[in-house]
Design a protein around this ligand. Structure first.
Ligand code: HPA
Length: 283
């Protein structure tokens, strides 16, 4: 039996406070291929999830499972928490476990959360290596992390999701993407549980219902993040054309390879965006 979500997150947060001091204003969850973003942080120090109470055990290739604290832009730069690796529904985790780190960050004092992921591109004109700011999502994972008794200390029973992806953060990302000349789209992310990739018929359906990209993470984290009052942004790396839209079979190797190719553009965008997000949420 798991401990109740609030108590788990509160204990995790007080562990983070005593180990690392005050929370940074912003945190970023690093998707496939981005894990070593954390190594570039100034004064980086961290801990494996396994050594942090309330953090999930993670075990997918390309997902390390490490929380790293450091600064962007040198020793006097913006403090950030980077989560290299996340728990996925397809690993068999309970949705509460998938979102436990998000809640711990919030109770620690983090104000904004940027979630990154790898996704298959559905919308016409997307190419592998492009980036997409999430404007919204469609949760087709079959799970909701808020199912069960609600603890009002975390958030409301029926949280609003009408502007889940913060409009100010979206505008900042669009500005930064344009200034850097990036191929940065904005669109709707469809979250499925996986782990099989979609069929071509499923992709045609997802396109019809308004999906622009598809992946196996992020949506339950965003629901939990909004529930507990975090301001949220999301960016997908379009690592492949979704099933039936390209000439090749889908593979995790292709996903990882393309994520690595897009890495420097992606990291540049994160390094520019996170200080701007921090400035928005600082008291
Ligand atoms: N489908 C689902 N998840 C993904 C994909 C995809 O095409 N690419 C990267 N993650």
């Amino acid at each position: 039996m798991h401990a109740p979500p609030y108590e788990t997150a509160r204990d995790a947060a007080s562990h983070l406070q005593s180990r690392f001091g005050d929370a940074p204003p912003v945190a970023v969850v690093l998707g496939s291929g981005l894990g070593d973003f954390a190594d570039g942080l100034s004064g980086a120090r961290g801990a494996a999830y396994g050594d942090l109470p309330g953090f999930p055990p993670v075990g997918v290739e390309g997902h390390a499972g490490r929380l790293v604290l450091g600064r962007i832009g040198g020793p006097d730069g913006t403090p950030v928490a980077a989560l290299a690796g996340r728990a996925h529904l397809y690993e068999g985790h309970d949705p509460t476990a998938v979102v436990s780190a998000v809640r711990a960050l919030r109770l620690w004092g983090v104000g904004a959360l940027l979630l990154t992921n790898a996704a298959g591109g559905i919308r016409d004109g997307m190419r592998p290596g492009d980036l997409m700011t999430l404007s919204d999502h469609i949760n087709l994972s079959g799970y909701n992390p808020l199912r069960g008794p609600n603890d009002a200390r975390l958030g409301p029973r029926f949280p609003d999701m009408s502007a889940a992806y913060d409009p100010v953060f979206r505008r900042i990302l669009a500005e930064l993407g344009a200034a850097a000349g990036l191929r940065l789209h904005e669109g709707v992310y469809v979250g499925l549980a996986g782990p099989s990739y979609e069929t071509p018929a499923e992709i045609r359906m997802l396109r019809t219902v308004g999906g622009d990209a598809v992946g196996m993470s992020t949506v339950v984290e965003v629901i939990a993040a909004r529930h507990c009052g975090l301001r949220v942004a999301g960016i997908s790396c379009i690592t492949n054309l979704a099933a039936g839209l390209g000439q090749t079979e889908l593979s995790h190797d292709e996903v990882k390879e393309t994520a690595l190719l897009a890495r420097s553009a992606f990291v540049g965008l994160l390094e520019a965006a996170l200080p701007r997000f921090a400035a928005e949420v600082r008291p």
